[in-house]
Design a protein around this ligand. Sequence first.
Ligand code: WTA
Length: 642
Amino acid sequence: MDLSPDSAFTAQANGTADLYDAAAADHEAFWAEQARSRISWATDFERTLDWDDAPFAKWFVGGSLNVAHNCVDRHVEAGNGDRVAIHFEGEGGDTRTITYADLQKEVSKAANALESLGVETGDRVAVYMPMIPETVFTMLACARIGAPHSVIFGGFSAEALHTRIADAEAKVVVTTDGQWRRGKPAPLKAAVDAAIHHGDDESPVEKVLVVKRTDTDVEWDDSRDVWWHDLVPGQPDTHEAQPMDSEHPLFILYTSGTTGKPKGIFHTTGGYLTQAAYTNAVVHDVHPETDVYWCTADVGWVTGHSYIVYGPLANGATQVLYEGTPDTPHQGRWWEIVEKYKVSILYTAPTAIRTFMKWGADIPAKFDMSSIRVLGSVGEPINPEAWLWYRKHVGGDKAPIVDTWWQTETGAIMISPLPGVTTLEPGSAQKPIPGISAEILDDDGNPFTEPEKVGYLVLTKPWPSMLRGIWGDPERYKETYWSRFGPKYYFAGDGAKYDEKGNIWLLGRVDDVMNVSGHRLSTAEIESALVSHPSVAEAAVVGAADETTGQAVCAFVILRGDAVDNGEETVQELRNHVAKEIGPIAKPRQVMIVPELPKTRSGKIMRRLLKDVAENREVGDVTTLADSSVMSLIKEGMSSGS
Ligand code: WTA
């Protein structure tokens, strides 16, 4: 199979081979050029990078800009107000077309509304909403005011919402009455109410702004709750966007780490927007005049932030925003949307592709998908079989696939082929994009390039959209990312290797973070949810390989002495308990009730052995176990069906 770039594609591509040379010749000059050519600055910057206080970076120092102005107003000012910004497709089939001129009015009204609720520059706003246009309006309205948003995925529970609202000290929450899921409404505001009335803690939340989406009954507190339809439509549809300092915080996004406490990753203004816009242009190859772009991620994750809201809108692109699931009302829904809007660029996750493979190639074959010209993948390694299926059955055997490696922390794409430039390699993210530098280190921190040897991925130079820290915890930032191999290397937490051709292959997390359907979950967070159940004495969680979801959550649980083991009923109760504490995405696929857990002499749980059990393998080396009989006890217990 010839996977070298097609010459007609290359001729029109935004990415070029020259970009690699330019970035290699002068890293800072390269990024300064990206910032000035892609972004409109109210005040030009004086210094490209200030790394004096490493690892705390400042990019485009002295510059000022407004992100919402860049994503909305300037396109209208340039005469593109009539261009469609968003083709919204509701789960139930309701649609809405929003041009850039409409978007400018909607964002202005939302910004005025938030200000009327007391939101000022620097205040945090929590956003707990489904995939509807108001969510995008709210995020951009926050950016316009300079009030960092903290979007919390709608699949998280009240408990998780409470922790995140409290950590960010959010003054206002924007939510909906409910959200559509497979044709049925599920309540959403109820979780906000529960998160606010949490134990004896005094909530920082002063106001809750509620969009009516599903007509679900809600409790109402007149002093705190405000309907969107009562407040927003009557607001003036113009709003003066004030320039913000290049390093003004734009958003906080919580992600799982190796401890139970989620980390508030925060991003700032100038650098983040520059890299989001640049990557969306050169990696997705977005041509705003002609393309219809569709990123299927949820805005509750970083992919939705950078590649639904900020990157494509900064570039003035036309995109699809879809509210629902891929199988509602039928398994061809996505392809129907591709056909309807003539989607030309599709960006999705391997877990979705593997699900479609299971459903069968005859489903996409029923639709006209000839508009597709670029495909993207993100969130976890894409296995070559899924890559080839995607190319053949979605990409018409011709669309280049960009396998993009990056993280919440990196803010934007870091490792990926450039379509039209790179000869593709199925299953590999290939190499750092122009402007990014990565290496693979061995256990002792030495870089190597030998093929097939497994090591740790590190980033070796600061980049514009890098996280600026962990909200409220600068020490944890240094320790988590900049200490494993010394202060010169950003430790990504991913295993990696080179192949014979020098391509980088990402091999999954090397820490206690799992990747389930592209969602990051921490073993510690799920363990602490399990032990918060009155029947549980101890719990150990591992991510076991799963054909569809990449990894699946498997929990091993020791019950308390006084707890009754009701078999399947107890298992279900514990699974539901995790869903309640964290959210349905964290619900273990399996809960195994065991008499003991394998531990080292120093008391550390040996997850490696549990993983062997969960993946039905022969149990590996047990010589460091404190009690060598434990594994046979576990295996016996499991085969006897308890
Ligand atoms: C994994 C999602 C292999 C990786 C944007 C990383 C990938 C974590 C890829 C970040 C890829 C993401 N190939 N692995 N193309 N993309 N990952 O923060 O383990 O939700 O560290 O950001 O996902 O997940 P996060």
